[in-house]
Design a protein around this ligand. Structure first.
Ligand SMILES: Nc1ncnc2c1ncn2[C@@H]1O[C@H](COP(=O)(O)OP(=O)(O)OP(=O)(O)O)[C@@H](O)[C@H]1O
Ligand SMILES: [Mg+2]
Length: 383
């Protein structure tokens, strides 16, 4: 009977609801080691098996220290979210019971309270994005990476714009990939949009490296702190690294009057590596250059130290949505995004402009194949 409820929820015939501890115990073979999928900072995740598919059961450790008000607030927001780029929530369990522990050498018992707090989600088969992060020359193809970037942006747009929820722990471990490599954001439970808790001094769940400086040092949460993590993920998906390295030219630092040159230099470096791969696989089109360039521009902008310089997700999502084309056809989004980028930052304008020229130049090279190789060598040798 219990099983049936969860089967129906998984099949989409019923809404998520509270689930019994016995059910979750049964479908995970008593939380056996064999069913353990992974261990995070606050919970252990188990695979639960049902006749019509699998689920992931997240068993929160140290649940005696969990604030129940927070737990239910989290459940409440999970119940409200339905988006193809957010992991689907199936149910929860809050179970408290007394257990008798016999005192050593005595017939007497003491009674302890055991609290179990669990969350149940759809099982996402391909694991987390973390294991797919590689540099430009190997691993996922560009189209798959771009699809993942777009999906993450769509999921975050839903959380920020439509649900007013901060994620606060955006990192590749918290992006899961399904069979079709569709990204699903998970673990946004540790942070709710709450006017009273806009700063968080004691407990900072965001992971180092993805955590915005103002959150790390002052505990300040905002939509912009999520954008910092998003920037890290985008740059990592494009280059394999969280930050674009500049090994060849260390004297070119991020000094104000040279920032545009600095970013352009980095963009060209990354594009050269991608070009090498696209050439080999015959997948080179003007569109892919345009997409890589735009991702670098947005990724770096999101990494700005000053949160006010980072864009909101609703300010940049159009750029990501619009640079999509069929059969490598260049979209008119470049012109559009060039117009929009004016409001971002002066160096972004410079990068956009330079990349616009780069795109147009490449397009012209495609139309005149005889001069193609020599011109490209010229273009890409300006390191
Ligand atoms: N719905 C799911 N389907 C499949 N695997 C999942 C699911 N949710 C989590 N996992 C996997 O379980 C593991 C542990 O996840 P968990 O969220 O507890 O830790 P984490 O993301 O590594 O760190 P953190 O506690 O900071 O979020 C991860 O490797 C993740 O890939
Ligand atoms: Mg996680």
């Amino acid at each position: 009977m219990d099983h049936e409820i969860l089967e129906h929820i998984l099949a989409g015939r019923e809404k998520p609801t509270n689930l019994s501890f016995t059910l979750l115990k049964n479908i995970t073979e008593n939380f056996s080691d064999d069913r353990e999928i992974g261990n995070g900072g606050s919970a252990t995740v188990y695979k639960g098996v049902l006749p019509n598919g699998n689920v992931a059961v997240k068993r929160i450790r140290n649940s005696h220290s969990i604030n129940d008000a927070l737990f239910y607030r989290e459940v409440d927001s999970l119940l409200n979210i339905e988006h193809k780029n957010v992991v689907r929530f199936l149910g929860f369990c809050a179970n408290t019971y007394q257990t008798a522990i016999q005192i050593k050498g005595s017939k007497q018992h003491i009674y302890a309270e055991v609290r179990e707090r669990l969350l149940c989600f759809e099982y996402i088969s391909n694991g987390s994005l973390q294991k797919y992060i590689t540099d430009e020359l190997r691993g996922l193809e560009w189209n798959t990476r771009y699809g993942i970037i777009r999906g993450i942006c769509e999921g975050l747009y839903h959380l920020h714009k439509e649900k007013q929820i901060y994620h606060m722990d955006l990192k590749p471990d918290n992006i899961l990939l399904d069979n079709d490599m569709v990204p699903k954001i998970t673990d946004f439970g540790l942070s709710r949009l709450d006017e009273k808790t806009k700063t968080m001094n004691e407990y900072r769940p965001g992971s180092l490296g993805y955590c915005a400086p103002e959150y790390l040092h002052q505990g300040k949460m905002s939509f912009k702190s999520d954008m910092y993590g998003l920037g890290m993920i985008i740059i990592q998906l494009v280059t394999g690294e969280k930050v674009i390295r500049n090994n060849n030219n260390n004297n070119l630092k991020r000094i104000p009057d040279k920032v545009g040159v600095f970013v352009l230099h980095l963009a060209i470096k990354v594009l050269r590596r991608w070009r090498h791969r696209w050439k080999k696989s015959g997948k080179e089109t003007p569109l892919v250059y345009q997409q890589v360039a735009k991702c670098i521009e947005i990724g770096l902008l999101c990494q700005e130290h000053d949160p006010s310089k980072r864009p909101f997700i609703w300010e940049m999502i159009h750029d990501i949505r619009e640079i999509e084309g069929i059969n490598g056809k260049i979209s008119n989004a470049y012109e559009h995004s060039f117009g929009q980028v004016r409001s971002y930052a002066p160096w972004a304008v410079l990068v956009s402009f330079s990349l616009l020229i780069l795109g147009c130049y490449l397009l012209s090279l495609f139309l005149t194949p005889r001069t193609h190789s020599s011109s490209c060598i010229l273009l890409f040798s300006c390191r």
